[in-house]
Design a protein. Structure first.
Length: 284
């Protein structure tokens, strides 16, 4: 069942409401986190809440509850909703104000948590791999808003996603203004070449994903050489393997980019190793 907690009150999907004067709706003025539930437990709860509170701090938003209280509400909601395997969305907005931009009109931030499920692609895509194209819509400049802030401003990613939808592709690859690989529409990108796993470093303007960091750790545990360095589309075209990571996506192999097949097949041995290790970790 879907369950929503809003500013201390529990609601179902039909009764949950946010004011039309909330600046999160009017201006995208807020932050969010998505996290998974495995075996009835929130996965990497501490890491996700750390990023949520850091994002809010960077936007000068004071979350009106402690991190510990947020964690307790999260676990209570999972129990109330009876979720064994699911997806949570934590959102903090500037709050209800007026129609002007001035944040001073918002006396108190709005906090809500959605307890539900998510599926980005059919399960078969995790065996056959994703077909992707490069999007014409570039990543926002990292000097405009730090990519480390997981904000409600996702319009460039949505426009890129629409390019992929109209091209009948599973996903898109977003580039920065210099032509370097940034992200997918909401996931981090990894490639494998001659056994070396590579992903763009956070300083290039990508979100430092919780699953991204986890996969870097899993690669180290598996004895795989790991690099964080800028990559371009040539590196992806000529990679032996490529895959995406994200809380909702988990680990998803890439089959092709711009019509070019990646490596010898949909899932290479390194990607398979990391997927198996990730699944074993979530089962624990």
């Amino acid at each position: 069942m879907s369950l929503i907690w809003i500013n201390g009150q529990w609601h179902d999907r039909d009764s949950a409401m946010i004011s039309v004067y909330d600046h999160g709706l009017l201006y995208g003025d807020g932050v969010f986190e998505g996290m998974r539930v495995y075996g009835g437990r929130p996965f990497r709860l501490e890491e996700h809440l750390d990023r949520l509170y850091d994002s809010a701090q960077a936007l000068w938003i004071t979350v009106p509850m402690t991190k510990a209280d947020m964690g307790r509400v999260t676990e209570e909601g999972i129990a109330r909703a009876g979720i064994s395997e699911g997806y949570l969305r934590h959102v903090v907005t500037r709050g209800v104000g007026d129609l002007g931009l001035d944040p001073r009109s918002c006396p108190r931030p709005t906090v809500f948590i959605i307890f539900d499920t998510i599926r980005i692609w059919p399960r078969e895509r995790y065996e056959k791999g994703l077909a992707m194209i490069s999007a014409a819509t570039p990543m926002p400049d990292r000097e405009t808003l730090s990519p480390r802030v997981k904000s409600l401003n996702y319009l460039p990613h949505i426009m890129a996603k629409l390019e992929g939808i109209h091209a009948q592709m599973d996903e898109v690859l977003m580039l920065d203004r210099g032509g370097y690989v940034a992200e997918a529409s909401g996931m981090n990108v990894f490639i494998v070449k001659r056994g070396v796993v590579t992903t763009p470093p956070a300083w290039t303007g990508v979100l430092r994903g919780v699953t991204r960091d986890l996969v870097i750790g899993l690669a180290g545990e598996a004895g795989l050489p790991m690099r964080e360095e800028p990559i371009n589309r040539y590196d992806v075209y000529t990679a032996d393997e490529a895959f995406l990571t994200g809380t909702a996506a988990e680990i998803a192999p890439i089959r092709s980019l711009d019509g070019r097949q990646i490596g010898a097949g949909p899932i290479g041995p390194v990607t398979r190793t990391l997927m198996d290790r990730f699944q074993a970790l979530t089962r624990r």
